[in-house]
Write a protein that binds this ligand. Structure first.
Ligand SMILES: CO[C@H](O)c1c[n+]2c([nH]1)[C@H](O)[C@@H](O)[C@H](O)[C@H]2CO
Length: 447
């Protein structure tokens, strides 16, 4: 087999998000988020699961940091719960909420782990949703004010910042497809929200620069590869439109200061071009220091009129799948990274999420998750191929450190390299944890 080796300076980490791991949803002054509301609306989340307890990391963060320390990682991506800081979204600050994140960040730093903070990982304060949520441009300014407060509070402690996690999920998955909070199904609403999210990103970056905060800032779009079924131009064009929904729509405004025309055409056809005000694109397109890339899967697609917004249908040609029924498609990871480099230049990249869902169980104190190890090997090999092709990869963060609340799938879908028993909250390191630990230690693995 082949040895796959990484540069000594590459960062190795793991990622989580507040609503998915913290629990303590009603504790110490935290306000409600749209995910508290959505998860408690019957039918929205598998088995009626919610984030009231989750992994209880709010109380068990010291144990989790020790798990990270043993793992040997040097960066940990977490998110701050906006409603834990501003229970009403704006106005009065909840000091106990701030104190929790100081405790977490201090614990990480004391154990030689660098915090990478996501400001928004989907848990909008419900109080802001009650005023229109991301459809309301006032929420954009509320986010910038929240970001400013956090920058001031943690400047010098946190030096890697991500404004928004996966604006595609926050806009289209949540307001057009409708399976995530708040669960609407309106394309025009979704495109307006996608614009407001990019605006919120830009305003937060502007505050970061104005405050002269130490460190670097970026955002974390989700990506997916679509491989044309044939070399027919109609199949190629359909796949490019499909990928444009995740990539060009959220990259062009930030890196080129304009929306991609081919995507505006699609949305315009449905009367859903976003409302853009003078000055918006200048705010959105100010320079960022890195981009976080989340990649999980790819598919084969072909042209089929009216199959979806993009006249695109996905074709199952038998790729092996994870327990989320997502294709295991490491080639797509390589192609996505090359596409982004070719289209947007030599920007520093952190892989802020990559991982696999396997619904593992503990047997005799062990979790044998060879499927996840194989997935990580294949995708890290694709990552090395991209690096050898000139993509500036600064770090790789596995999703996820812990099994956690997997949104509409609840606790049934497990992505962790550490198993969590959601009845006892016992953590059990999986075989993939030990494999990743060795890989981080060595900086290489044997394919
Ligand atoms: C198509 O996958 C998306 O890029 C994606 C996958 N995932 C995500 N985004 C989210 O950022 C995480 O909160 C999820 O837990 C994680 C696993 O589902």
């Amino acid at each position: 087999m082949a040895i796959i080796e990484f540069p000594k300076e590459m960062k190795w980490g793991a990622a989580t998000a507040a609503y998915q791991i913290e629990g303590a949803a009603l504790e110490d002054g935290r306000g409600l988020s749209i995910w508290d509301t959505f998860s408690k609306t019957p039918g929205n989340v598998l088995n009626g699961d919610n984030g009231d307890v989750a992994c209880d990391s709010y109380h068990r963060y010291k144990e989790d940091v020790q798990i990270m320390k043993e793992l040997g990682i040097n960066v940990y991506r977490f998110s701050i719960s906006w409603p834990r800081i501003f229970p009403a979204g704006t106005g009065e600050i909840n000091q106990k909420g701030l104190q929790y994140y100081h405790n977490l960040v201090d614990e990480l730093l004391e154990n030689g782990i660098e915090p990478m903070c996501t400001l928004y990982h989907w848990d909008l304060p419900q109080a802001l949703q009650d005023q229109g949520g991301w459809e309301n441009r006032k929420t954009v300014d509320a986010f910038a004010d929240y970001a400013e407060q956090i920058f001031k509070e943690f400047d010098g402690k946190i030096k890697k910042w991500i404004t928004i996690n996966e604006p595609w999920c926050v806009s289209f998955l949540s307001n057009f497809i409708g399976i995530h909070a708040p669960g609407f199904q309106n394309l025009k609403l979704a495109t307006d929200i996608s614009h407001h999210l990019l605006l919120a990103h830009g305003k937060a970056v502007a505050r970061f620069r104005d405050l002269k905060v130490e460190g670097s800032i970026g955002y974390a779009p989700n990506t997916e590869w679509l491989e044309p079924f044939s070399s027919k131009q109609e199949d190629i064009d359909a796949c490019n439109r499909g990928m444009g929904w995740f990539i060009e729509w959220f990259f062009d405004p930030v890196f080129k200061g304009q929306y991609p025309h081919f995507m505006l055409e699609v949305f315009d056809k449905h009367g859903a071009a976003p409302a853009i005000q003078a000055g918006d694109m200048e705010i959105i397109s100010q320079k960022i220091d890195f981009v976080g890339i989340n990649y999980y899967t790819g598919s084969v697609g072909r042209y089929k009129k009216d199959a979806d917004l993009f006249d695109l249908e996905k074709v199952d040609i038998g790729y092996e799948k994870t327990d989320f029924d997502w294709n295991i498609y490491p080639e797509g990871f390589y192609k996505v990274l090359l596409k982004i480099k070719d289209q947007y230049g030599d920007i520093p990249v952190y892989i802020t999420e990559n991982g696999a869902c396997y619904n593992d169980e503990v047997e005799n104190g062990r979790v044998k998750d060879q499927g996840r190890i194989d997935y990580l090997k294949q995708h890290l090999t694709s990552l090395k191929r991209a690096m050898d092709s000139g993509v500036q990869i600064k770090g790789y963060l596995a999703w996820s450190l812990l099994d956690n609340f997997e949104w509409a799938e609840g606790y049934h879908k497990r992505f962790g390299i550490v198993h969590v028993d959601f009845n006892t909250l016992k953590r059990t390191k999986k075989d993939s944890y030990y494999w990743y630990k060795q890989t981080v230690k060595n900086g290489w693995f044997d394919m």
